[in-house]
Design a binder for this molecule. Structure first.
Ligand code: MN
Length: 423
């Protein structure tokens, strides 16, 4: 990639190099939400950029004046591409740059990330969660059906998923209240009611959609790129005890609908292209509507950090409990989108489709505690001697994700949540 410098300083190791330019929404105290683009430690205020007329030749400036990205997502790939090129031009210093912004009072266009609250940048209409990591599905099969085939018969033929709950998708930093519900204690024949005692995480990446399709039509894998805008980190918090009792025969319900945390920044697929790879081979070959050419795997490093309240109080840094990568996912985004729409369902701008838990092939690369601790049999030992199987009140989980090449990074920021006691 050509070397590009920005006049906005980008500290070494920052997730937000000029190659990234992810979209988010922010608010200053007592101000309404605005859209912005992260660069270094700053946010470029898209409301201000659009109001200065610097995007008027690309699309109606009102697309950028609201508090969510949905109108922009609806514009489609050509507008996304031109906007991204324009923002890069306004921020870069070389002769390919556009000097118009730098000629203005730049302080009016930049906001320090420290001084704002980040907000959910999309109004999410529908949320779907898949189950597309073969390592994760195999691990759970081994835990729950130790004497059977780990993978269900259908798993290699279609990307399994369920419709989740859009209203409880929340942004990085939002506290997660421990859910209460029905669970059936081991060895008991009757359920009890109370706070979940097996509260878990799921490390995932989700894609955010742009233009929808007409109801009754499908989106072929070859057209997926026109409909997928970008990616976010997703933590699909899961109450394993509630889930285990309720899930048969219709699948996950209240064990997963109480909170889903996403990172504040949506990284455009255009930014991730240099990190695209061919997807892993599939055996057997899927049905024709699920066959996808092209490079749909992305080399995104993923990490899960855990810090307990006691660690926080003692000044002990968060412990990384898992490291993995998005590139091994068995079912890719194009296949997921083709499958979701093959029955004629309509998707809309701002829908969220999460990958399912991303687990690698080693014991320390799993994306959930149920796998990392093998159903609670092998507790994680933390630096202060504490042990964890599932989450305790006061625990903070932070997901991180980034692509790295040479001296720059394209990152998502974090998706954090701290567990509050059940109400
Ligand atoms: Mn999930």
């Amino acid at each position: 990639m050509p070397h590009i410098e920005s006049w906005v300083p980008v500290p070494a190791g920052s997730d937000f190099s000029i190659y990234n330019l992810p979209y988010g929404a922010f608010s200053r105290p007592v101000s309404p939400a605005r859209l912005g683009i992260a660069i270094g430690t700053q946010i470029l205020d898209l409301h201000a950029v659009a109001s200065a007329g610097l995007l008027d030749d690309i699309c109606d400036r009102r697309v950028f004046l609201g508090g969510t990205l949905n109108a922009f997502l609806a514009e489609g790939r050509e507008v996304w591409r031109r906007t991204r090129l324009r923002i890069a031009a306004l921020l870069r210093t070389d002769e390919a740059g556009d000097p118009r912004l730098r000629a203005l009072d730049t302080a009016k266009f930049l906001v320090n990330q420290r001084d704002v609250r980040m907000l959910l940048p999309i109004e999410i209409g529908d949320y779907v969660d898949f189950y597309s990591s073969i390592e994760h599905a195999t691990n759970l099969g081994r835990i729950f059906r130790p004497n059977g085939e780990p993978l269900m018969e259908n798993w290699r033929h279609l990307p399994i998923g369920y419709h989740g709950r859009a209203s409880t998708v929340v942004i990085d930093g939002t506290p997660v209240v421990r859910p209460s519900g029905q669970r059936r204690p081991p060895g008991s024949s009757a359920p009890v009611f109370g706070p979940s005692t097996r509260l878990d995480i799921e490390l995932e990446i989700g894609f955010v959609t742009g233009p929808g399709n007409a109801m009754g039509t499908a989106i072929p894998t070859s057209r997926a790129r026109e409909h997928i805008f970008g990616l976010v980190l997703v933590n699909d918090w899961s109450a394993r005890d509630i889930q285990a009792w309720e899930y048969q025969p219709l699948g996950p319900f209240l064990g997963k609908s109480f909170a889903t945390t996403v990172s504040p920044w949506i990284v455009p697929l255009d930014a991730l292209d240099p990190f695209a790879l061919p997807s892993p081979a599939q055996d057997p070959q899927p049905l024709p509507y699920l066959q996808a050419g092209g490079r749909w795997a992305y080399d995104i490093n993923l990490e899960v950090d855990l810090q307990t309240k006691r660690m926080r109080d003692a000044g002990i840094a968060p412990q990384t409990i898992s490291r993995t990568n998005y590139k091994e996912l068995y079912w890719n985004m194009a296949q997921q989108l083709a499958h979701v729409t093959i029955n004629g369902t309509a998707i809309r701008p701002g829908d969220l489709y999460a990958s399912g838990t991303i687990s690698g092939s080693t014991a320390d690369s799993c994306g959930s505690l149920i796998e990392l601790t093998w159903n609670g049999e092998r507790p994680i030992v933390l630096p202060d001697g504490e042990r964890r199987t599932f989450l305790e009140d006061g625990d903070t989980i932070a997901l991180r994700g980034w692509c790295a090449a040479g001296d720059f990074r394209i990152g998502f920021g974090s998706a954090r949540g701290t567990i509050s006691p059940a109400r």
